[in-house]
Write a protein that binds this ligand. Structure first.
Ligand code: GLN
Length: 194
């Protein structure tokens, strides 16, 4: 049995829990998906999902809860949208006091598609198959460094990628797969169960 936590401060918490449970059922992988709100909730997790929302707020709330360093120790992390921003080593248009976990070798540009009203949906091709992708005030991955595998592009822009560092695996999407598909959650679970 593997425990997957979903950081439950704000954003698509329920959708990620449901997508994780549906993916586990499809793959017949014994998984418990749980909400994470405190430092103690991070104990004994095999993987963590950081939902979209607002990366500046996520930073503040993780800091207040004293979770920052402990999150960095988790071997498998899947970040969507603001979660992807949290994983990146370098952020463009960062707020002054904002910090990120700096785990993935990539540069990401916050709010690069414009304001909330510029949010959009689009059918995309990915390494995991075609899917409908929802971009909500999404970031753009501007560049990836060594060791990062690209999983999806929107025209020439990288919108999903993965980095393995030893037994650590980080997965990032600029869009919200939890709203339309379980493919990314299945992929993440397969990595966790490897
Ligand atoms: N614009 C948000 C940020 O900078 C991300 C938006 C989202 O997660 N849907 O954190």
């Amino acid at each position: 049995m593997k425990r997957i936590g979903v950081l439950a401060f704000h954003g698509d918490v329920i959708e990620h829990l449901q997508a994780t449970r549906a993916a586990a059922e499809k793959l017949k992988l014994k998984t418990k998906a749980v909400e994470v709100r405190t430092k103690n909730d991070l104990d004994n997790l095999n993987g963590l999902i950081i939902p979209g929302g607002e990366s500046t707020t996520l930073f503040k709330l993780c800091q207040q809860a004293g979770m920052w360093e402990k999150i960095k120790q988790i071997d498998h992390i899947f970040g969507t949208c603001a979660g992807a921003i949290m994983l990146a080593k370098k952020i463009l248009h960062k707020e002054a006091e904002q910090q990120v976990l700096e785990l993935m070798n990539l540069t990401i540009d916050r709010n690069a598609y414009g304001r909330q009203t510029e949010s959009f949906e689009k059918k995309i091709k990915t390494q995991l198959g075609p899917m409908e992708a929802v971009f909500i005030r999404a970031p753009k991955i501007i560049s990836v460094g060594r060791g990062v595998k690209i999983l999806a592009k929107n025209n020439s822009e990288i919108i999903a990628c993965e980095q393995k560092i030893g037994r650590k695996i980080y997965l990032a999407t600029c869009f919200h797969p939890e709203l339309t598909t379980t493919k990314f959650h299945e992929y993440f679970l397969k990595e966790v169960f490897k």
